[in-house]
Design a protein around this ligand. Structure first.
Ligand SMILES: Nc1nc2c(c(=O)[nH]1)N[C@H]1C(S)=C(S)[C@@H](COP(=O)(O)O)O[C@H]1N2
Ligand SMILES: [Mo]
Length: 362
């Protein structure tokens, strides 16, 4: 593991995520924490479908079986003894932004803060796969969490699958540490999956089971939930790659800015599916602007790795007074740009509209 300092801001210990629901516990990252390059663990959003199981690392076992030649069980110490890789990764809930969709789909009403970027250290899944000897006819790998509950009248564990190739990618990690500390209970202690570039539903917490399967997995969180559906409920494919997105961290909403004084508009941008952010554009629109202003390029800082988010900034001097909307949109190396109005879907996934903040110039 490479030892790099973790740039936690002042008051890092005072962070607390903003509760959305208490049972199960769901909370979003406070706005101030999004200004940090690495989101403090105590501020990082939490998405739980069931209770937090808190497995005891001393009795924790990870079972790897299914369509493999050499099934085995690992203890926590065995896993810790394997070589770890460290990656800064953006985790974003597929439902992030749902609360701003209209009409509002059912589900947790996240605004745009079910997102964070953390430094994960973990054992590449492929190291375990090499030991289990996955059979050639295995098409997917199913990852099971220790948590369970009732969904659609069925008692289920939280389970998700990955296509074989995605699981075997060297950056698919069984993470044991987050921001230099052992995983916190709410983030999947003692071990969770981290799959960079996919919506965070892929990142199974409290991992206890891995099995190779020869047919595509149809568990409830794979084939029923986390699927894009049109207004009639017709499935349009599973939630996979994170869509390009940005957020504005400064100025804060409703800030009064001084006319003819420079202000710095700042934020973060990220994308998934192996694509990187290549541009962020900003514009400031006064209500009666005619013609509408042009988009202008923001400056990008190099991200802390290929799966980390990109900090951007734009120097702006407003020359007239009035209420104004500051907008930002990111583009990625796939050629996608944040839309003004993302395609509506019945469950409110992948909502990545142009970011905006309303301010007033005085
Ligand atoms: N075992 C388990 N893993 C899980 C979940 C869960 O409910 N149970 N929620 C998933 C979803 S939908 C998201 S967005 C991420 C959230 O990770 P975090 O709580 O560490 O931010 O965990 C994923 N992994
Ligand atoms: Mo999620």
């Amino acid at each position: 593991m490479t030892a790099r300092p973790i740039p936690l801001g002042p008051g890092a210990t005072a962070w607390a995520p903003e509760t959305v629901t208490t049972d199960p516990y769901n909370a979003q990252t406070p706005s101030a924490a999004l200004a940090e390059p690495v989101t403090p663990v105590g501020a990082f959003f939490v998405r739980d479908h069931f209770g937090i199981p808190e497995p005891d690392p001393r009795t924790w076992r990870l079972r790897f079986d299914g369509a493999v030649e050499a099934p085995f069980e690992l203890r926590h110490d065995d896993l810790l003894a394997l070589p770890h890789r460290e990656l800064d990764v953006v985790l974003e809930c597929a439902g992030n932004g749902r609360g701003m969709m209209s009409p509002r789909p059912p589900g947790l009403p996240w605004d745009q803060r079910a997102v964070g970027c953390a430094r994960f250290a973990g054992v590449p899944f492929r190291a375990l796969a090499a030991r289990a000897l996955i059979r050639p006819d295995a098409v997917e790998i199913v990852f099971a969490g220790a948590d369970a509950g009732t969904v659609r009248d069925r008692r289920v564990h939280f389970e998700r699958s990955l296509p074989r190739a995605a699981a075997l990618h060297p950056d698919t990690l069984l993470a044991t540490r987050m921001n230099g500390e052992p995983l916190a209970p709410e983030h999947g202690a003692p071990v969770r999956l981290v799959v960079p570039g996919r919506y965070a539903v892929a990142d199974v917490k409290w991992l206890v089971g891995i099995r190779a399967v020869t047919e595509p997995f149809t568990g409830v969180f794979q084939a029923e939930e986390y699927v894009y559906e049109d207004a009639r409920g017709t499935p349009e494919g599973p939630v996979t790659a994170v869509r390009v997105k940005s957020l504005i961290t400064a100025p804060e909403p409703d800030t009064a800015l001084r006319r003819d004084h420079e202000t710095v508009v700042r934020g973060r941008a990220w994308s998934g599916g192996g694509f990187r952010v290549c541009a962020v554009e900003v514009k400031a629109a006064f209500q009666d602007d005619d013609p509408a202003p042009e988009w202008q390029q923001a400056e990008l800082e190099p991200p802390a790795g290929r799966y980390a988010w990109t900090a951007w900034s734009f120097r702006w001097t407003p020359h007239r007074p009035g209420p104004c909307r500051v907008l930002a949109r990111a583009s990625d190396t796939h050629g996608d740009t944040q839309p003004v109005r993302p395609p509506w879907n019945a469950r409110g996934y992948g909502c990545n509209p142009v970011a905006s903040v309303d301010v007033v110039v005085v």
